[in-house]
Design a protein around this ligand. Structure first.
Ligand code: SAH
Length: 350
């Protein structure tokens, strides 16, 4: 495979381009075409000499997603996208419109190997990591298609971002680069199921992003029942890593807690959760579980969700309940992609 040009930093690009015998300003123009004007291919870069463009074409891969499907929610304007990659894989991304701006949720891998029991994205296992450019392209394609600026980003789509650590870091640096889309790192959230060493590494990268930790349980035993990754890491070690992240970056951790009816939604669970998080400066995001066909997990009744929230608040915790968006368009966690792959399979069989 040739080198992936859109994953290069501006400095790397300058080195490459000057090695081809071009002036450094050509690299800057090229970078601008890719990361600000969001070009789909070299042909659009009309102020670059044709011979130079041909040379680029021969030497470097230029990634660009194809649009496989776009669904717009009639309820809240949320949009779901299925994008096709050069190797035929498909990934999904979501655009959510909030009062503070447009937020995109991207996938970091094709599939996932973490095995969380309630999640549709992991059922088929991991196919491969996404390149930095393939993460960027999700944002770029959505901004191009809507004509609206994307101001916020969450890495909460398919995949475990810290399982694709180097590409993720590269992606964040490119996305927040002032010569690119210049999305503030403070508007970027990375969600992880809790890979302890990687959380500690991330703490030392001097980024201003928010770390969201998928907790989903108030004890090690309960966590194991929902998240196989808990067999690998003790809950106390995960929380120590979170404290370390806060110490190093000053960024408050968000804890995600998917409420599953009859599994982790009792008042005792709430009490244990308060104790577990002790004096941590954090925010808790409650997500009523989104039922998937393959598992029989259910959302708790609304009163149970409210009671859980009240308990945490009474104990001084900052809590929010995640507003459900785009439910009418398979809004949650890998369900659109999964549905698509199943349809494809049926189609190929006939
Ligand atoms: N692998 C990362 C990021 C992807 S999932 C992580 O584990 O954090 C983003 C969030 O959605 C996680 O908190 C995940 O546990 C949660 N999630 C996945 N499937 C869900 C479902 N069916 N209902 C509610 N939350 C879900």
């Amino acid at each position: 495979m040739t080198v992936d040009i859109k994953s290069m930093t501006r400095e790397e690009l300058i080195t490459e381009v000057t090695a081809l015998g071009e002036k450094p300003f050509r690299a800057k123009q090229l970078y601008q075409w890719m990361h600000q004007k969001l070009s789909r291919d070299y042909d659009e870069m009309t102020n670059l000499p044709k011979t130079f463009r041909e040379r680029l074409h021969e030497k470097y891969t230029y990634t660009s997603h194809t649009l496989v499907e776009r669904r717009v929610s009639a309820v809240d304007g949320t949009e779901k996208y299925l994008f096709g990659l050069a190797d035929g894989n498909v990934i999904e991304s979501v655009l959510m419109r909030y009062h503070f701006g447009n937020s995109v949720c991207i996938s970091s891998q094709v599939g996932c190997r973490m095995g969380c029991r309630f999640c549709a994205s992991t059922i088929g296992g991991l196919t491969r990591n996404l390149l930095p450019s393939e993460m960027l392209d999700q944002v770029y394609a959505i901004q191009r298609l809507t004509g609206e600026r994307v101001s916020h980003l969450v890495v909460m789509g398919t995949g475990e971002p810290l399982d694709n650590y180097d590409h993720l870091l590269h992606f964040i640096r490119l996305l927040s680069d002032e010569n690119g889309l210049n999305i503030s790192q403070r508007n970027i959230t990375v969600s992880t199921c809790g890979l302890v060493e990687k959380i500690r590494d991330l703490a030392q990268e001097h980024l201003q992003i928010t770390l969201a930790l998928s907790l989903h349980a108030s004890s090690q035993e309960k966590r194991k029942a929902l998240m196989p990754v808990a067999y690998q890491y003790e809950l106390s070690d995960v929380l120590d890593a979170c404290r370390y992240y806060f110490e190093q970056t000053g960024r408050r951790i968000t804890f995600e807690y998917s409420l599953v009816g009859g599994v982790n939604d009792s008042q005792e669970d709430a009490e244990r959760l308060v104790k577990l998080l002790g004096g941590m400066n954090c925010h808790i995001n409650l997500i009523p579980v989104n039922p998937i066909r393959e598992r029989d997990y259910m959302q708790p009744d609304r009163q149970v969700v409210i009671a859980f929230k009240n308990k945490l608040e009474k104990c001084g915790k900052a809590v929010s309940i995640r507003r459900e968006m785009g439910r009418d368009i398979s809004g949650a966690c890998g369900q659109l992609r999964k549905g698509y792959l199943e349809q494809e399979r049926e189609y190929h069989h006939v």
